[in-house]
Design a binder for this molecule. Structure first.
Ligand code: BMA
Length: 375
């Protein structure tokens, strides 16, 4: 717990601003769904966090499994509530990410073997402890049946847009996602707000919705179709994030495939550290400058929607690289990718016994780095 009262005050002031703010700017488009007070409050909280110079620590799949445990198997009786982050610093991340890939197929587990019942349970738990949730979607290729990385057929996006041979089927698939999003409800009946981040890293060409695999117009239409569909289902608990990779170097490039201010709430970017620290620092600085400028110009919230250093082979990475490079940039959160339980070297967070454990505790102790207990 840190600066908790301050945050509450800021959030309250922000909510009052939203409530009294210019009605015309808030006027919904025809058929638009009014977002719930909880959803608007989540957005306002993210804005406040960024404006006051703090940011949330976020971790993908934090409570589903960790480096040395797997909460996704039925016999893991002591796994409920486990978190590598909490085991190191005593608190859960301010934001937790989950992935919806294969929910659209009606599967009961996602592409990494995480049961959607567990995802639902943990989304509600994270909300009840005061934290936030973001959802990515590594969905299989709807035309070829391959995975999200099957980008070889350039007609894939066209095939699911209106008029395409897979359009109707894709509506059914989106329907399954909508049903799941609608099922995120607390025991008291509150519809839990989430930040949805589909169609990510589209400025690269490794997913079937990537830069060289579809046209600008098709990509924008993909977003519009997704957004309109969720609107038509009456979902009032969604915020939306735009998260290209590190490819754009100008605002023009950043917004080249941007579907519009009426859809988006968060503007982010994904980039990872490879071997070269200097290169990572330079890329991060460029992306942070770009994204915070973009967010300020469009009245949106900036964030680092994915980052990390696989294996984190640097004992001082958290306070020596990540924290300094964020500097004074105003972002709501920084998300590091998952700690896979079944791939020894595939981890981006921390866990007990990791060489950066001590440094992570120093990162946690920084008053501006927010965890669930700080929100
Ligand atoms: C990637 C890797 C994969 C995983 C995918 C979706 O970056 O972590 O192992 O399947 O994300 O979570």
């Amino acid at each position: 717990m840190k600066n908790k009262q301050f945050l509450c005050l800021i959030t309250l002031m922000g909510m009052m601003l939203v409530a009294c703010g210019s009605k015309s700017a808030q006027t919904p488009a025809p058929n638009a769904v009014e977002r719930s007070p909880e959803t608007l409050s989540m957005l306002q909280k993210m804005k406040s966090i960024a404006e006051q110079g703090s940011f949330m620590f976020a971790h993908q799949d934090d409570v589903a499994y960790g480096h040395a445990w797997n909460g996704c198997v039925p016999d893991c009786t002591d796994c409920k509530g486990r978190s590598d982050t909490k085991e190191v610093c005593g608190d859960y991340p301010g934001m937790i990410g989950f992935d919806l890939g294969r929910l659209e197929l009606g599967h009961d587990k996602n592409l990494d073997g995480v049961p959607f019942d567990l995802v639902r349970r943990e989304i509600v738990a994270q909300y009840l402890r005061g934290g936030m949730v973001t959802l990515s979607w590594h969905l299989d290729n709807p035309l070829t049946g391959g995975d999200a990385w099957d980008f070889h057929n350039p007609t894939t996006v066209a095939s699911i847009l209106p008029g395409g041979e897979k359009h109707e089927e894709f509506l059914t698939r989106m329907g399954r996602v909508a049903d799941f999003l609608a099922s995120l409800v607390t025991p008291d009946g509150v519809h839990v707000p989430v930040l949805f981040r589909p169609w990510h890293e589209h400025t690269g060409s490794w997913f079937w919705w990537g830069q060289d695999i579809c046209t600008t117009e098709q990509y924008k239409a993909l977003w519009r179709m997704t957004y309109d569909f969720m609107q038509s289902r009456g979902l009032d608990n969604l915020l939306w994030a735009y998260s290209p990779g590190s490819e754009p170097t100008t605002l023009e490039e950043y917004f080249e495939r941007y579907p519009g201010d009426d859809i988006m709430d968060v503007l982010g970017f994904d980039t990872y550290q490879g071997g070269n620290r200097e290169q990572y620092l330079a890329t991060m600085r460029d992306c942070l400058a770009l994204v915070t400028e973009a967010a300020a110009a469009h009245g949106k919230v900036a964030a680092i929607t994915e980052t990390g250093y696989e294996g984190t082979p640097d004992a001082a990475w958290w306070t020596g690289t990540l924290r300094p490079v964020i500097g004074e940039y105003k972002i709501a959160y920084v998300l590091v990718w998952r700690n896979a339980w079944d791939k020894t070297d595939h981890h981006y967070g921390v866990y007990p016994g990791h060489e950066s454990e001590e440094d992570f505790r120093a990162f946690y102790a920084m008053p501006e780095v927010l965890f669930a207990g700080d929100l």
